[in-house]
Ligand binder design. Sequence first.
Ligand code: ADE
Ligand code: ZN
Length: 337
Amino acid sequence: MNTFINNLPKAELHLHIEGSFEPALMFKIAQRNNIKIPYASVEEIEAAYKFDCLQDFLDIYYQGASVLIKEEDFYDLTYAYLTKCAEENIRHTEIMFDPQTHTERGVSFETVITGISKAVEDAKEKLNVSALLIMSYLRHLSEEEAFKTLEQSLPFKDKIKAVGLDSSEKGNPPEKFINVYKASIEAGYIPVAHAGEEGDSSYIWGAIDGLKIQRIDHGNNALQDSKLVSEIINRDIALTVCPLSNTALKVVDDLKNHPLKKMMDLGLSVTINSDDPAYFGGYLNKNYSDIQKALDLTKKDLIGLAWNSFRYSLLNSKEKEQYLKELFDYYQKHMKS
Ligand code: ADE
Ligand code: ZN
């Protein structure tokens, strides 16, 4: 089964580039930039990765990101993740980045976007992995701050496909960002948002009605409300589910109790993703294989999940067709024989 998963052509739709920052690379970049971090070794960084909730994780995640200063730092971080994609047969990925985590520290928007997008261009050519970028607003900051980020992004609009909303969910409902989402859509960005990870189902209603999102990041708490489930299905909105993130942040107590299968049985369109793989114990293939084992998913289920990953990507229909054909060929080779 693991070989089947490793070779399965798939897309990743929920990945924070700052969350792919491996301790070894963090240590190297901190030394290169002469920045002190409160850890003496890679092992000490790894030992600090224990969380009881989203906020515990976010505190460490923002601290880790603070060693990223120069364009080459953003390039190295992004290229390392894209190399991992090539190894895992992730054919396409949609990468979230948090500009405010860096601009708040005096790093320019241009430095961040240039480093990341150069890595994306090189990966297409050298690794044959495609990637799109999702600029995520930090929801613990004000809507006014988000507007500043939108403004800063406009000269680089051709490099960014979508806007997202992440960070501390509870107490920062989607309604706080209605105006900046409206302006982002008018600027040509596709709207997605984290919703229903720790927040209850009202946060998902707010995101689909108020922010007009086309994809829900996480969405676990949709299951609290059957009317919401029907609405998500009727509007054909997919959920980007992140199994190992959910257990690491105690959104789910055990993978065996993960709601993924229930979501599939209800008719929701779900995808599997890694969220912040350097912090949560595994990249995309480990998410597939651990949830497969925990919920006893079949090869057919896994093909369906990979199918959704391309189907609900933000690629154009021609690009989607090419990847879906690749997946169909894989299906024919491995399921029909
Ligand atoms: N930023 C990075 N990972 C996140 C998550 N799982 N939820 C909210 N914000 C995040
Ligand atoms: Zn996330």
